[in-house]
Design a protein around this ligand. Structure first.
Ligand SMILES: NC(=O)c1ccc[n+]([C@@H]2O[C@H](COP(=O)([O-])OP(=O)(O)OC[C@H]3O[C@@H](n4cnc5c(N)ncnc54)[C@H](OP(=O)(O)O)[C@@H]3O)[C@@H](O)[C@H]2O)c1
Length: 455
């Protein structure tokens, strides 16, 4: 089994940590690295990270993404560049175009349907067309204030409401997070930027809220967010951020997810700041689920480490994304995240995918009309789905598995290109699910024809 080849797009705080973790693991290798900083181009990545390369092949950093993201060079791209779906969209489509899987650390990608449904649908459709999977994950969103809550709720018969808090240290994160959290700015600037809505704060509450709601089958009528400055009484400094006395060490952000009757079903509290322990503030993750007549409480003290947590979530999910059904996926679709101590490549689907060989009959899928090109008169939900054709034919390539782009020769000697589908080669027929309305019609017809005798 060959090693998983990972291309890194972005080598900031998270990208560098991800590179180091991959380098320490078995069955997974760094295949390429693309950064924006021009002076890094040409440097060898293990040397740049201060690591011993050992017997690994050298990997040279580039500024040109075309050099690293190609199906023949990598299996998956880790995108650790920015936080928002809109900023990620072109990058993700670029990767999909080249037929490679994607994991993104962008907070909004953890549940991109929350605020960018249209872009999420486009990513989903194109990923399916290209036969690859896309996942957004990290420590939060992606784990502490959503996935972990959902996992706990699985032990409950009923849930009345949920409260959770993550009191954490921003110090492990890079420049992108310092800017979003306003670390080091004055209170006046905080107030001005809140008023003009130009300070991101914690990115991800709508995503966490919607993930919890969707996972539990609950409809939230309203999601409210509040932001308060955390002002430091002493000078604080971390690797990528600095806050002078009287300035912002971070932001306390809270969110309230309400049901249609106005009741708060989910309350999330997230005071984030650099170096909280410098002022005696202890970090921790706390979840309370008010179940049917009892509370379930979970505390992780100190906090689940945010930097290591994000790095590990990304790397540990790599085999699951490669083995996932093509499309835009969430943490709820994939196997449980766990620390992989053995060979990463062996964790891909545990050999469940069939590998076809040249000449074998293969089912393939092609997109006839992508989203955006469907006829204007079709219903809205149909417009959100590409028109797909399924074809069977004999594989022309040496070998292929689900999701690979291949050419097949059909029974009528046509050559057709497409993506190997997970449909069975043998046809299966069904008349579909039972439709309650038709059951009533059935009874009415018998009533009319036989006066109530339904035999
Ligand atoms: N979901 C979560 O729990 C979670 C946790 C941690 C981080 N995040 C998010 O993940 C992202 C990365 O975090 P971080 O701490 O690593 O941030 P960071 O230290 O600021 O790193 C971002 C890196 O991306 C690079 N970059 C940006 N655009 C690029 C492009 N087009 N091509 C190549 N490189 C590009 C930047 O390069 P330059 O330095 O050259 O500008 C920078 O080195 C942030 O948006 C952060 O908010 C999410």
């Amino acid at each position: 089994m060959r090693d998983i080849r990972v291309a890194l797009w972005g080598l900031g705080a998270m990208g560098s940590g991800i590179a180091k973790m991959i380098a320490s693991k078995e069955g997974i290798v760094i295949s390429g690295v693309c950064v924006r900083r021009e002076h890094l181009a040409g440097q060898e990545v293990y040397a740049y990270l201060g690591m011993d390369r050992g017997d690994r092949d050298p990997v040279f950093i580039t500024n040109n993404i075309e050099d690293v993201v190609r199906r023949d060079l990598c299996d998956i791209v880790v995108l650790a560049t920015d936080s928002f779906v809109e900023a990620q969209f072109d990058k993700i489509m670029f990767c999909l175009d080249r037929g490679v899987h994607v994991i993104s650390t962008a907070e909004e990608m953890a549940w991109p349907w929350a605020q960018s449904e249209e872009l999420a649908d486009k990513i989903d459709a194109y990923a399916k067309e290209r036969g690859v999977a896309v996942l957004g994950t990290g420590i939060n969103p992606g784990f502490v204030l959503d996935y972990l809550i959902l996992a706990l709720s699985g032990t409950c018969e009923h849930v009345e409401s949920i409260s959770a808090a993550r009191i954490n240290d921003l110090a492990p994160f890079g420049k992108a997070v310092m800017v979003e959290q306003g670390v080091g700015i004055s209170v006046e600037e905080f107030n001005r930027r809140i008023a003009e809505d130009s300070l991101a704060g914690h990115v991800g509450f709508p995503e966490s809220m919607e993930m919890i709601a969707a996972g539990m089958g609950v409809k939230l009528a309203d999601i409210e967010q509040t932001r308060d400055p955390i002002i430091t009484n002493i000078d604080r400094k971390s690797a990528h951020g600095e806050a002078k006395k009287g300035h912002l060490a971070g932001i306390r952000q809270q969110s309230y997810g309400r049901l249609a009757d106005g009741k708060v079903f989910i309350h999330l509290d997230h005071p984030q700041q650099i170096c909280p322990e410098d002022e005696g503030v202890h970090t921790g993750d706390y979840i309370t689920i008010r179940a049917d007549g009892y509370d379930m409480n979970l505390s992780i003290v100190p906090e689940t480490p945010g930097g290591i947590g994000t790095i590990a979530m990304v790397v540990n999910m790599i085999p699951h994304v490669i083995g996932a059904k093509p499309g835009l996926r969430s943490m709820l679709d994939l196997p449980v995240p766990r620390c992989i101590l053995g060979n990463y490549a062996e964790q891909i689907h545990s050999g469940r995918d069939h590998r076809y060989r040249r000449g074998e009959l293969v089912p393939i899928e092609t997109v006839v009309l992508p989203i955006g090109e469907r006829a204007p008169q079709v219903p809205d939900d149909t417009k959100k789905t590409p028109l797909r054709a399924f074809t069977k034919g004999f594989l022309q390539e040496e070998s292929a598995t689900r999701g690979d782009r291949v050419t097949v020769r059909t029974m009528s000697d046509r050559l057709v290109k497409g993506t190997v589908s997970d449909l069975p080669v043998s046809p299966t027929h069904t008349f579909g699910d039972s439709v309650p309305e038709l059951t009533a019609v059935h009874r009415q017809v018998f009533e009319l024809m036989f006066g109530g005798e339904s035999k």
